[in-house]
Design a protein around this ligand. Structure first.
Ligand code: ATP
Ligand code: MG
Length: 559
């Protein structure tokens, strides 16, 4: 076997077998079928990368199909956000955008065909009775009296359901399959229900709506989908999927293939839960930078490249597992390390006065934009007598092995000079408010001819040139790896401090004109991007996308 074949995932193997056997005339048509009842999350990103990726790899195409059969939960806002998120990830469905609701007429005809073939019936049992008749995993179900209705009567009742003659819930159309099947999905599943809700596309034209297990396989068949990739929880539905495309529909038979859904530590994923977070006000919206939605990640500063890289690294498996969120963060660092401009920002400023530096003098020092990429060039940063450094980079009474600034100790100011601390000024509470230093004029650029070494390097900004700005730091929204594992309610595991807003940060002047979405590395502090919602011209607000410390890389080294 060539290396290429060895590294194929199990879905690619199936596809390559099919191609060899000339199945589907060599076509590969996949689809991504979101229900427009919320914003897409990182789990959807896995599915998008997989479905669009397969289409790209095998010269096929991937359809975007909105699975819009539940009008009460669906919304145009969600449709727009789904389109935007897929495009942002870098995928293109071209003209292949579809809606299950486009097929309502056809689906209705397929249902009538089932009735005429004696394979569907109208049932008047109440939901409670239906549950009782259904049986359990260990007991077979019981046949409903409606099951023996004549074809003519079924057809008449179904047409009257459609015409709006009955109140909501009075009748169901059910497939006539097998009430004693060991697979509960095969015990005469519902195909149509009566529900008077206005649909965002078909308005009030319909008062009956088709069920998922009916709509989905037949939509796939109508579109000529060859490989219908879905998550594992649909494995038990596969016999039903096959039953639908064999017993009605246009005759094309797509193949359903299940893969393991993505679960991430410290994260809840289902749209239902995410909607609850939004409604509770715990987050500011679907695109809150702490949300695992694609729009949340985008606003947080994740790049499409990093998410696609992540999807590639986690691979496609047949067994459910949970992925460490540190891997996702690692993918982002990996990408931004190569591309982000390095700048200096002091998040918790402490004033430094260099007593032997001339008052009023300003030097513009050369700073490289990215040591990983020379082509990103250099910029000039102003240096003067009064600076800010990070408060944590100074200690008046340091423990041993503290190499940052402290009385009598010499450090390097990045891109600038060596400075030695000569004293401090305190306020009435004893807090250090100013650190005094002298600098070595012969250490310009951060090195000396005598080759003397210093252990600490601090970032800094010139006090009169820096501007004051807001920076937001984030940590996991949940305090436990599997939110809600203990109590069954994920709200019990909401972390208290997932958002820290820092006002009064002192930022390098070049950041003033930064545009929404632009990303940077703040030296030693992490990767940051300009918030796309709360920034305005000349007043950027920065989100920390990810801190510098890479727990994933560390684990890999140890492991
Ligand atoms: P949720 O439970 O979050 O609402 P869903 O499966 O109901 O998810 P859909 O809009 O129906 O959401 O999903 C569209 C596609 O995305 C489906 O093919 C589904 O299998 C896939 N998908 C959803 N969640 C994940 C996940 N965590 N990992 C991988 N694929 C997913
Ligand atoms: Mg769903």
């Amino acid at each position: 076997m060539s290396e290429e074949t060895v590294s194929l995932n199990f879905i690619e193997k199936i596809i390559e077998e099919d191609l060899k056997a000339k199945k589907n005339n060599g076509a590969v048509i996949t689809r991504f079928p979101p229900e427009p009842n919320g914003y897409l999350h990182i789990g959807h990103a896995k599915s998008i990368c997989l479905n669009f990726g397969l289409a790209e790899k095998y010269n096929g195409c991937c359809h975007l199909r909105f699975d819009d059969t539940n009008p009460e939960k669906e919304d145009i806002e969600y449709i727009d956000s789904i389109r935007e998120d897929i495009q942002w990830l870098g995928f293109d469905w071209g003209t292949n955008e579809f809606f299950a609701s486009d097929y309502f007429n056809k689906l209705y005809e397929f249902a009538e065909k089932l009735i005429m073939d004696g394979k569907a019936y109208v049932d008047g049992l109440s939901p409670e009775e239906i549950r009782k008749y259904r049986g359990t995993l260990t007991e077979p179900g019981k046949e409903s009296p409606g099951r023996n209705r004549s074809i003519e009567e079924n057809l008449d009742l179904f047409r009257r359901m459609k015409a709006g003659e009955f109140e909501d819930g009075k009748y169901l159309l059910r497939a006539k399959i097998d009430m004693s099947s060991p697979n509960l999905n095969m015990r005469d599943p519902a195909l149509y229900r009566i529900r008077r809700v206005t649909h965002h596309r078909t308005g009030d034209r319909w008062c009956i709506y088709p069920m998922y297990d009916f709509t989905h396989p037949l939509s796939d068949a109508i579109e000529g989908i060859t490989h219908s990739v879905c998550t594992l929880e649909f494995e038990d539905h596969r016999p039903l999927y096959n039953w639908m495309v064999e017993n009605t529909g246009p005759g094309h038979r797509p193949q359903q293939i299940e893969f393991a859904r993505l679960n991430l530590t410290y994260t809840v994923m289902s749209k239902r839960k995410l909607l609850k977070l939004v409604e509770s006000g715990i987050v500011s919206g679907w695109d809150d930078p702490r949300m695992p939605t694609i729009s949340g990640f985008r606003r947080r500063g994740y790049t499409p490249e990093s998410i696609r890289d992540f999807a590639g690294r986690i691979g496609v498996a047949k067994a459910n597992s949970t992925v460490d969120i540190a891997l996702l963060e690692h993918c982002l660092r990996d990408d931004l390390n190569k591309r982000a401009k390095r700048v200096m920002a002091v998040l918790d400023p402490l004033k430094v006065v260099i007593d032997n530096y001339p008052e009023g003098k300003v030097e513009y020092l050369e700073a490289e934009n990215n040591p990983e990429d020379e082509t990103m060039g250099n910029r000039k940063i102003p240096f003067s007598r009064e600076l800010y450094i990070e408060r944590e980079d100074f200690m008046e009474n340091p423990p041993k092995k503290y190499f940052r600034l402290s009385p009598g100790n010499e450090i390097r100011l990045k891109h600038a000079y060596y400075v030695t601390c000569t004293g401090v000024v305190k306020d009435e509470t004893g807090t250090v408010v100013e650190v005094h230093c002298t600098y070595d004029p012969d250490s310009k650029g951060g090195w000396t001819e005598d080759g003397r070494k210093v252990r600490g390097t601090s970032h800094w900004v010139s006090a009169s040139h820096a501007f004051e700005g807001e920076v937001r730091l984030y940590s996991h929204l949940f305090s436990t790896e599997v939110p809600g594992e203990k109590t069954g309610d994920f709200f019990d595991d909401i972390a208290e401090d997932s958002l820290t807003i820092l006002k009064g940060c002192m930022l390098e002047p070049s950041l003033k004109e930064a545009e929404p979405g632009e990303f940077f590395q703040f030296l030693r502090k992490g990767y940051f991007c300009v918030d796309s919602r709360d920034s305005s011209k000349g007043k950027p607000v920065f989100n920390r996308s990810v801190a510098m410390r890479d727990t994933w890389a560390k684990l890999q080294k140890k492991g």
